[in-house]
Write a protein that binds this ligand. Structure first.
Ligand code: IMP
Ligand code: MG
Length: 192
């Protein structure tokens, strides 16, 4: 699927496919250096992180294991609440493992904060986060909702708008776009 297939549903391409791959290659260099000599377990958060996981894992020289978790974050519309339920848990035991959580996007950070608390209780040797995208709210320390989660590797800081593509969806659509784009308003506000 590409921009042409979206017709007028696409407002703008924010980050194109080449920019994504170039940034993931840079992050892979950092991660390879930071985990030199260690076994790394990548934990992808379904479904959004599928594309980042696939491309980041292939850009790494470090041998990795990949495991997946699916969580649902209760919320209204496009906002998450921080009340999280595990839909699919990991197969791997995290005890004494070096764990890197791979995320598509950190918005309020509520989902990730919950996930990090949950995973750290399983006794990993280390626990870090790599996200392709981060919105401004996730960088604001000491907000009313508490400390934002610590994210070691960030692909791109983006404006606080709703984005789709490269794993990210709107109502389960547009995940297969090779770029990150913003949606035309008529898609999520029909009739307005
Ligand atoms: P948070 O708990 O507010 O950080 O929400 C994180 C989750 O909300 C992500 O894993 C996505 O599933 C979803 N999300 C947040 N912003 C966007 C967006 O702009 N496009 C698509 N999904 C998003
Ligand atoms: Mg996600």
């Amino acid at each position: 699927m590409d921009a042409n297939d979206m017709g007028d549903d696409l407002a703008a391409v924010l980050i194109d496919a080449d920019q994504i791959q170039a940034r993931l290659a840079e992050l892979a260099i950092e991660i390879d250096a930071d985990y030199a000599g260690k076994d790394l377990l990548l934990v992808g958060v379904l479904k959004g992180a599928v594309m980042v996981m696939a491309d980041l894992a292939r850009a790494l020289h470090t041998a990795v294991e990949m495991d997946w978790m699916a969580v649902s974050s209760y919320g209204s519309g496009t906002r998450s609440s921080g009340v999280v339920r595990i839909i699919k848990d990991l197969d791997a035991d995290l005890t004494d493992r070096h764990v890197l959580v791979v995320e598509d996007i950190v918005d309020s950070g509520l989902t990730l904060s919950w996930l990090l608390r949950n995973l750290s209780s399983r006794g990993p040797a280390s626990l870090e986060v790599c996200t392709l995208l981060r919105k401004p709210e996730a960088q604001q320390a000491g907000s009313s909702k508490g400390e934002p989660p610590r994210v070691r590797y960030v692909g791109f800081d983006i404006p606080p708008e709703f984005v789709v593509g490269y794993g990210l969806d709107y109502a389960e659509k547009y995940r297969s776009l090779p770029f990150v784009g913003s949606l035309a308003r008529h898609v999520y506000r029909p009739g307005k």
